[in-house]
Ligand binder design. Structure first.
Ligand code: ZN
Length: 449
């Protein structure tokens, strides 16, 4: 039997559905803060009393969880790193009551280090997917009808796309609860993806930025002219200004940014006004080690179900938060900049750190100045503190290429300052040391102390 037909689960889900769907519009900022506080304390007690890992960790740190009364006190809780979570067995991080419950075992992509093995009970997975549908609602779409093409990790066993998304989407579609969702593998060639998208005719396409850029070029070359999505959602990689414009122009559709991960679920999404809203009723996002206003993202999942995630620093992204209001009517904090990983940043002798999201800015300026739109991918390679190579992969012929490369070089000399050797190089292929995942924007051999 389809477990989604279980009447108890169904009624719980229906109740959750109605409360989750409206919450980010309904609650004002103070009410949201109070909601977060209440859920944080619930999750903390759940984690401490039900898991071996958190109880040992907090006891060892001498934390009395009864003394944590709110979000302010939560700063006394020690952080959980990616390595730490990866080193624990499911028995240690998952409450005993889930051992024989229905659910999904998934692992995070181990592009750097050991992967984390997590377990998502069926109930938690369906709740997480309601947050996904809420994004479609925020875009004014009817999720019961919207045709969604998701180009993800669908052929990769153990990925949350393959294990959770596929199963839940197929079950919900068979029950006619959901519009058609097409699941395409990121490993397919661009030509095949275009063909499948043309047949399916999605309202929304979700994919990695670099995959979407590749499709944008094919579209510009005349393939898939009948692919006319309203929205294209970029996820899993930094969405830079150049790639965004390229995809938007090729498909004549709005591109929206999504900040999601296996551990952090949907942490934030871009609204119709172009602001990145934290999914504040699911994720409490803090920034720590602030230098200026940008700090390392630390998340707590506000759901006392499955594997608790409390003050987790393993996303390793640099973010800055703002409390400004947004015209769209969603009352959650806004991520002003989402900068990518610190260890994938350019580090300069004057201790400035240029993160992967900011690094392409001078490059984009030069491309706009020369009106060049055929750059397929770029990469910054920093071999030593005083030596940065900028690798560019073009598609087809480039007008005034010599002048363009010179202009890019000058732009970076200005940004980096004196004493840094900048080399701009055209390449045939972009280096990808991490293997099956997508090539990084910045490779730096310089380590921050
Ligand atoms: Zn907004």
């Amino acid at each position: 039997m389809n477990p989604l037909l279980n009447p108890i689960l169904l009624s719980k889900l229906a109740w959750n559905y109605f409360s989750i769907m409206g919450r980010i519009w309904k609650l004002n900022k103070d009410e949201m803060k109070r909601y977060q506080e209440k859920m944080f304390l619930k999750v903390l007690r759940y984690a401490y009393h039900k898991t071996i890992f958190y109880r040992k960790k907090y006891d060892a740190a001498g934390v009395d969880i009864e003394k944590i009364r709110g979000l302010e006190d939560s700063k006394n809780l020690p952080l959980v790193s990616k390595e730490e979570l990866a080193s624990k067995s499911l028995e240690e991080i998952l409450p005993r009551k889930y051992r024989d419950k229905m659910g999904y075992k998934v692992s995070t992509s181990g592009s750097s280090g050991k992967p984390i093995i997590l377990f998502f009970p069926l109930y938690e997975s369906t709740i997480n997917s309601i947050y996904g549908l809420r994004i479609l609602k925020a875009y004014g779409l009817n999720w019961r009808k919207a045709r969604v093409s998701n180009i993800g990790d669908f052929s990769i066993p153990g990925s949350s796309d393959e294990e959770i998304y596929r199963d839940l989407a197929e079950k919900a579609m068979s029950m006619k609860l959901l519009g058609e969702h097409q699941m395409l593998s990121v490993n397919e060639s661009g030509e095949i993806l275009i063909k499948r998208l043309s047949e399916f005719k999605p309202d929304v396409i979700i994919g990695y930025t670099s995959v979407l850029v590749n499709l944008a070029f094919l579209r510009k070359e005349g393939l898939g002219e009948d692919i006319r999505p309203k929205y294209i959602i970029s996820s899993g990689e930094i969405l830079d200004k150049y790639s965004r414009k390229l995809i938007e122009d090729a498909f004549d559709a709005e591109v929206k940014n999504l900040y999601a991960s296996t551990e952090g679920a949907i942490t934030a999404f871009e609204c119709l006004e172009g602001k990145m809203h934290v999914n504040a009723d699911l994720i409490y996002l803090e920034t720590v080690d602030e230098e200026g206003k940008i700090g390392n993202a630390v998340i707590t999942k506000l759901l006392p179900v499955g594997v608790p995630i409390i003050r987790y620093s393993g996303l390793a992204d640099m973010v800055s938060l703002s409390d400004e209001d947004c015209e769209c009517g969603i009352n959650t904090p806004i991520i002003k900049s989402l900068e990518g990983r610190k260890r994938e940043s350019i580090v300069l002798p004057d201790r400035r750190v240029i993160p992967p999201a900011s690094a392409p800015l001078p490059l984009i300026e030069s491309l706009e100045k020369f009106n060049v739109t055929n750059l397929e991918r770029f990469q910054f390679y920093q071999e030593k503190m005083d030596r940065v190579e900028i690798r560019l992969k073009f598609r087809g012929e480039t007008r005034e290429k010599e002048k363009l490369l010179k202009d890019i070089e000058e732009g970076y000399r200005k940004l980096f300052g004196k004493g840094i050797r900048v080399e701009v190089k055209e390449v045939e292929k972009i280096e990808n040391p991490s293997g099956p995942s997508l090539p990084p924007t910045v490779i730096s051999r310089v380590r921050l102390e």
